[in-house]
Design a protein around this ligand. Structure first.
Ligand code: NAD
Length: 483
């Protein structure tokens, strides 16, 4: 991409048009690998959100008034357009978020396309029921779109997580205001353009870029928005829940995690450690379901630490565009600071750094893959989400101890269990507090399976038929039959 194109101004996308922000302000978007500017991005305001909400409310009639099969055809065309533009989307996402090109090509973009195609197929299958109540009435239910949806998206998987929200909402006949994270807005803007090209009517999918405290707050407060779907940090999630009370918006919160990957002594240690390493180092550890706590039985503890350390050292950290790179930079200077602060916290708490722990170079937000051993369950590095490539390896004595430690944080998003004992893996899978449990594997997600957590990990689920329920309201209808 040449610098001139990249430094063009990226305007808001409202009612099918690229509009400059009301304030006239743009922020400079930075490549996390080089710290070079890559684009100027519109700083939306509350006024811009209001304009977008008006467009989305007007578009509800058009979008929801369409035959369901027609809506499905448009969304399928939209997914085909994403496929046709996948190289461009891969490049954009990699540049904006610092993700290795190969990983975005393998995971983020195909997952976004798959999600859209999956929900395109749902459009004409959102059924009500006939519920026989009494002989003098026909009683049935229909599912109606909740209305205008505000989607607030994080920076770790901007395209994929954005599509987890856009695809089911549009399939249900809702219209939307999408606010990408301020530091990774480029793929969402491009996706909005492709939606229009596919035939999604103007006003159905509006993209308003800008700050969380401005655009995000305005979405949460706006009385013309019926539901907010949010993925991000617990602290922002809490504010959203409170702010949404004004007009009783429906809210879905996908927040953080401190997921435990529990390795028993009878597990295939090689497989377990390979998956545990990718469970914490994939996407530079910026994954809500990162297996950031590796719980290893005392008998194999040293072996696990040693193998994990070898894997951490073998990771090729560097230029996201380089073929050999397996780990890119962190997304921002702020995230780099957070991660390095946690390294200090762990050190001061008495845990030992076996490998890593330092920034790499002075340009770009690169950090070494880090392994902490001798971590005690109560330490902050074992309780708090770091959102970086920092593994805490915690020992346990037996099954009961493992479950106690695994369940001993405020989060409950995901967990892994490794053992050859089929009874044990099921017992532990049932005992773990988590929305997803992986047995003898780690990290997979699929749009067909529910995704989300409880406690500080939020509530509600994305994906599958649950998302269809999230974006629709059931209505009961009575028709009197005269006898
Ligand atoms: P964040 O909460 O800071 O930001 C997320 C989004 O919220 C961004 O678009 C941001 O602009 C917006 N926002 C910020 N302040 C806001 C406000 N006051 N009102 C409304 N919106 C506001 O989180 P982040 O740093 O972008 O992402 C990292 C966090 O997201 C981590 O805690 C991670 O665990 C979590 N996460 C969870 C999942 C999941 O599925 N559970 C997935 C990805 C990330």
């Amino acid at each position: 991409m040449d610098t001139e194109t990249d430094l063009r101004r990226h305007d808001l996308l409202i009612d099918g048009k690229r509009l400059p922000p009301g304030t006239g302000e743009y922020s400079t978007n930075i490549n996390p690998a080089t710290e070079e500017p890559i684009a100027l991005v519109a700083q939306g305001s509350a006024q811009d959100v209001d304009t977008a909400v008006k467009a989305a409310r007007a578009a509800l009639k058009v979008w929801n008034g369409m035959r369901a099969a027609e809506r499905g055809r448009i969304l399928m065309r939209f997914s085909e357009l994403l496929r046709e533009h996948q190289d461009e989307l891969v490049a954009l996402e990699s540049l904006d978020a610092g993700k290795p090109l190969a990983a975005v090509k393998r995971q983020d973009v195909p997952a976004a396309i798959d999600t859209l195609a999956y929900y395109a197929g749902w459009c004409d299958k959102i059924n009500g029921q006939v519920v026989p109540v009494r002989p003098d009435a026909l009683t049935y239910t229909v599912r109606e779109p909740v209305g205008v949806v505000g989607a607030i998206v994080p920076w770790n998987f901007p395209l994929m997580i954005g599509m987890w929200k856009i695809a089911p909402a549009l399939a249900c006949g809702c219209t939307m205001i999408v606010k990408p994270a301020e530091i990774t807005p480029l793929s969402a803007l491009r996706v909005g353009e492709l939606a229009l090209e596919a035939g999604v009517p103007p006003g159905v999918l509006n993209i308003v870029t800008g700050k969380g405290r401005v655009v995000g707050d305005a979405i949460v407060a706006h009385p013309g928005i019926d539901k907010v779907t949010f993925t991000g940090s617990p602290s922002v999630g809490r504010g959203i829940l409170q702010g949404a009370a004004g007009n009783f918006k429906r809210v879905t919160l996908e927040l953080g995690g401190k997921s435990a990957n529990v390795i028993f002594a009878d597990a295939n240690i090689d497989n377990a450690v390979r998956a545990a390493a990718s469970g914490i180092f994939f996407n530079t550890g910026q994954v809500c379901s990162a297996g950031s706590r590796i719980l290893a039985h005392r008998d194999i503890y040293d072996d696990v630490v040693e193998r994990l350390t070898a894997r951490a050292k073998a990771i090729k950290v560097g230029d996201p565009a380089a073929r050999e790179t397996t780990m890119g930079p962190l997304v921002s200077a702020a995230q780099l600071k957070t991660v390095l602060d946690y390294v200090d916290i762990g050190r001061n708490e008495g845990a030992s750094i076996v490998t890593g722990g330092a920034r790499i170079g002075q340009k770009g937000f690169f950090v070494e893959p880090t392994v902490f051993a001798n971590v005690e369950h109560e330490m902050r590095i074992s309780q708090e989400e770091i959102f970086g490539p920092v593994a805490s390896v915690v020992p346990f004595d037996d099954e009961e101890d493992a479950v106690r430690i695994a369940n001993g944080t405020a989060y409950s998003l995901a967990a892994g269990v490794w053992s050859a004992d089929i009874g044990r893996v099921h017992r532990v899978a049932h005992a773990l507090k988590a929305g997803t449990v992986w047995i003898n594997t780690y990290g997979y997600t699929d749009v067909r399976l529910p995704w989300g957590g409880a406690g500080d990990s939020g509530f509600g689920r994305e994906h599958g038929d649950v998302a269809i329920e999230n974006f629709t309201e059931p209505k009961a209808i009575w028709l009197a039959i005269e006898h």
